[in-house]
Each structure stands twice: as structure tokens, then as C-alpha cells.
Design a protein around this ligand. Structure first.
Ligand SMILES: *Cc1c(COP(=O)(O)O)cnc(C)c1O
Length: 438
């Protein structure tokens, strides 16, 4: 049974024969991914089932429009594929309408804003440095240009969302739309509370679950339904599907506006091969194996948090409920940028981040964002994550000891020994049954 992720070096014969330069880079990247510990919480190793159809024959089909309403001929099979993807998604979330054509969550988010708002409307979103996403109205992003954007944040003492502030800002600014969902917030979001606040001021609620969607679908953390009017998500983070995709979910009454905002409002023809790949993946996330994976992601993030905390690293909000841990590195190495470089030199791949009330600019940051999804996919267990927490603390506090750092590097390399990119235990059982019969 193959657990290859994407098309690895063994599968790129034509490129190897025709373009050595690029083939070698693919090979080097494969080696890098195999030999390093990937703790970037927004990355994952896509399931081999969900990547099999990337680049398949549907990639050559222009299917501009929506099922039954295409602008070109020859779309019978494309229609069937897209309808299946939509039906599976609606079943997973028990929602009335789903759009699967978004080419990234950032674009889907812009489409949603355009579907719901008029220029000049007021929105209330989480601030970037406190965990929000740039597509939630950052001043340098298109989502921040046409609307009046107000930000809520976290409480100084607990570093968790300040719901009183959300309620106060909602009352004083009367937003048309309130946005919840974040990129670097380690705690569960109280969607019910957000729903109550939105309803009390007549606002709509949008939950962007790009980071936590896999955990929500598996039922291991709370869902934004039925509280949110709109839900958007990417497909490649905790969801473990192919990168470059997004879904938008809403009630029937919004279906037409949302669909039109995405196509023809922002995009042209969809990538049908990716829609096919997503349809398969929406089937895969309903398996026992995926639920078991999501449970492990949470357990492993807790173990990582424990390892870090016990060895003296400060965790933003004191811990995690999800796949993500945010650490404060000011007292050890000073900046997130320095921490990211140091850890890369010992084989641990992370990403620098601002922490709440950060004085350092976003390019530098005072923290690091760490996550368990990718290494859980590779098969690492709680004890490995606990150990990684200790190793990270040790590297950060011994950042000028070459001896310590080389010991840590040797240990991280040995931890990746014999680990596949996608552990066989996560493959759905049905695959093995079919395999035996043939
Ligand atoms: C990652 C992320 C996105 C963007 O997803 P892309 O597919 O990379 O565009 C949007 N919203 C949130 C909250 C995210 O974390």
C-alpha cells in the first residue's frame, strides 16, 4: 500500500529526463521534508488519496460556471463531480449551501465580504497581532480597504478572547458582520457567545475555520454551526487535503449572492481536478481513521505544550485546546525571527509570529507558532511531542552553545528516521480490503 504524498521524486520521470534543474529541486525538497520536524501549524502532509486526483484529466476541463449552469459544453461529468463534492460537504456540516470552487481561503473570504457587505459597511474582526487573519480586514489587504473595520482582541491577563470587549464594540459600532476564527489563537472559540452578541445587535456572524476545520469535522472541538451564518475554510491545514482550495458554507437565502461573488465576481473557471480531489477527501474525513487522527492531533499538541512549559517556556494563554501552541521567546532568544532561524538550524521547522500586545513588528515577532498536525500525520506520538517541547526549550535557552545545539540536531534527525510522510495507520481501512481482493 503506497503512502506517498503527492508526486514524489520517483514519480516525475518526464521532468527528470527533460529538466534536471527543477527535478533536483523537487528531490531536495522531498529530502528536506523527510529529514526535518515540521511544526508549522498551517502545514500538513496531504493524504495520498486526496492528492491522487490533483493533475488528473479533469485538470484539462474548463467548467466555467456552476453545475447545470456552465458556459461551455462537455460538462456532464464535471457537474456530477462537483455535485458530489457539494453534497458530501453539506452532509458533513449539516448546512444548506456549499460552494467548493474557491482557489484559496483568502479569495473565498474576499468573496464572502463582497457577497454580504456594501462598501462603507462596518465589520468587527480579531486583530492581526492577536491571532486574526490578514483577510479579516487588515489595512494592507483588499478586505480592509472598502469597509470600516474595528478589531477586538484578547484580555491582558488570560490572553483569551475578550468577549466583553466584543460585546461593547458591537454595541457602539453596530457592525453588519462580526468575524471570528483565527490563525494563531491556541484556544477554543466560543461560537455560541459570538452568536449571542451578533444577534443582540442585529449583525451577521461569519466563522473562518481554516485552521481548525479538521478538528471540528471530527467532532473533537466545538463547531460554529448552528450559530454562524457563514463558514469559510481552507482545505489543507488540519483538514489534510490538497493545498489551494476553499469552501464557503451558508444558508440557502445567501446561496446566490455567495456563488456570484466567487464566480464571476472574483474567479473564472474552477480547477476541476482539485474539486474532484476534494470530493474524495470529503469522503475520507468521514472515516474512523480521520477521527482518530484528529484526536491524536489534540493529544499531541497538549503533550508539546506540556514539554515546553515544564522546561520553562512561556505559553501564550498558558496552554492549548487545539492543534496550535503559541510561545513567547522574549526571555530566551529575544525575537521570533531569531528563534525560527535557530530551530531551523537544528532541524525543527516553525514560524515566527506576533504575540498579543507585541511591540515587535510582524516580520520579527516575539513568538513562535507551533502545531501538531503535520508530525501527527507522519505518525509521531505523545511522548515524541513531549520530547520536542523539551528540545525546543533547551535549544532556545542554549542558543549560543554549539555543543548543545549539535546534540539537539542529532536527536531531531534520529526522530525522523524511518518516518514516512504519511503514516499508514491513517489510511482508511476500506483501502486495505480492496487491496487484498485485487
Ligand atoms: C490560513 C488561513 C486563511 C488563508 O488560507 P489560504 O488558503 O492560504 O488563502 C484564511 N483564514 C484563516 C483564519 C487562516 O488561518
Amino acid at each position: 500500500m503506497s503512502t506517498k504524498v503527492g508526486k514524489q521524486t520517483s514519480g516525475i520521470h518526464l521532468t527528470s529526463a527533460f529538466d534536471q534543474e527543477i527535478a533536483e529541486l523537487v528531490q531536495s525538497e522531498e529530502q528536506r521534508q523527510l529529514e526535518t520536524i515540521n511544526l508549522i501549524p498551517s502545514e500538513n502532509f496531504a493524504s495520498p488519496i486526496s492528492t491522487e486526483l490533483e493533475g488528473c484529466i479533469f485538470a484539462c476541463k474548463n467548467a466555467e460556471g456552476y453545475p447545470g449552469r456552465r458556459f461551455v459544453a462537455g460538462c456532464d461529468y464535471a457537474d456530477k463531480v462537483e455535485k458530489l463534492a457539494i453534497a458530501r460537504l453539506k452532509k458533513i456540516f449539516n448546512c444548506e449551501h456549499a460552494n467548493v470552487q474557491g482557489m484559496s481561503a483568502t479569495i473565498a473570504n474576499v468573496a464572502l465580504l463582497q457577497a454580504v457587505l456594501d462598501p462603507g459597511d462596518v465589520i468587527l474582526t480579531m486583530g492581526l497581532s492577536e491571532g486574526g487573519h490578514l483577510s479579516h480586514g487588515a489595512n494592507f489587504h483588499v478586505s480592509g480597504r472598502q469597509y470600516k473595520v474595528f478589531h477586538y482582541g484578547v484580555k491582558k491577563d488570560t490572553e483569551t478572547i475578550n468577549y466583553e470587549e466584543v460585546a461593547e464594540l458591537a454595541i457602539s459600532h453596530k457592525p453588519k458582520l462580526i468575524v471570528c476564527g483565527a490563525s494563531s489563537y491556541p484556544r477554543n472559540i466560543d461560537f455560541m457567545k459570538f452568536g449571542d452578541i451578533a444577534r443582540s445587535v442585529g449583525a451577521l456572524l461569519w466563522a473562518d475555520i481554516a485552521h481548525t476545520v479538521g478538528l471540528i469535522v471530527a467532532g473533537v472541538i466545538p463547531s460554529p454551526f448552528p450559530y454562524a451564518d457563514f463558514v469559510t475554510s481552507s482545505t489543507h491545514k488540519t483538514w489534510r487535503g490538497p493545498r489551494g482550495g476553499a469552501v464557503v458554507l451558508c444558508r440557502k437565502e445567501w446561496a446566490r449572492k455567495v456563488d456570484r461573488a466567487l464566480f464571476p465576481g472574483l474567479q473564472g473557471a474552477p480547477k476541476m481536478d482539485l474539486i474532484a480531489a476534494r470530493a474524495v477527501f470529503f469522503k475520507e474525513v468521514q472515516t474512523e481513521e480521520f477521527r482518530a487522527y484528529a484526536k491524536d492531533v489534540i493529544k499531541n499538541a497538549s503533550a508539546l505544550a506540556k514539554g515546553l512549559k515544564q522546561s520553562g517556556t512561556r505559553l501564550v494563554s498558558g496552554g492549548t485546546d487545539t492543534h496550535l501552541v503559541l510561545i513567547d521567546v522574549r526571555s530566551s532568544i529575544g525575537t521570533g525571527a531569531a528563534a525560527q532561524d535557530l530551530l531551523e538550524s537544528v532541524g525543527i521547522i516553525t514560524n515566527r509570529n506576533q504575540i498579543p500586545f507585541d511591540r515587535a513588528p510582524p516580520e520579527v515577532g516575539s513568538g513562535l507558532r507551533l502545531g501538531s498536525p503535520a508530525m501527527t500525520t507522519r505518525g509521531m506520538m505523545e511522548e515524541d511531542f513531549f520530547r520536542l517541547g523539551q528540545l525546543i526549550s533547551c535549544a532556545l535557552s542554549n542558543h549560543d552553545s554549539q555543543l548543545e545545539l549539535s546534540k539537539i540536531k542529532a536527536e531531531t534527525l534520529s526522530m525522523t528516521n524511518n518516518l514516512p510522510l504519511f503514516a499508514e495507520k491513517w489510511l482508511p481501512r476500506e483501502l486495505f480490503a480492496t487491496h487484498k481482493e485485487t
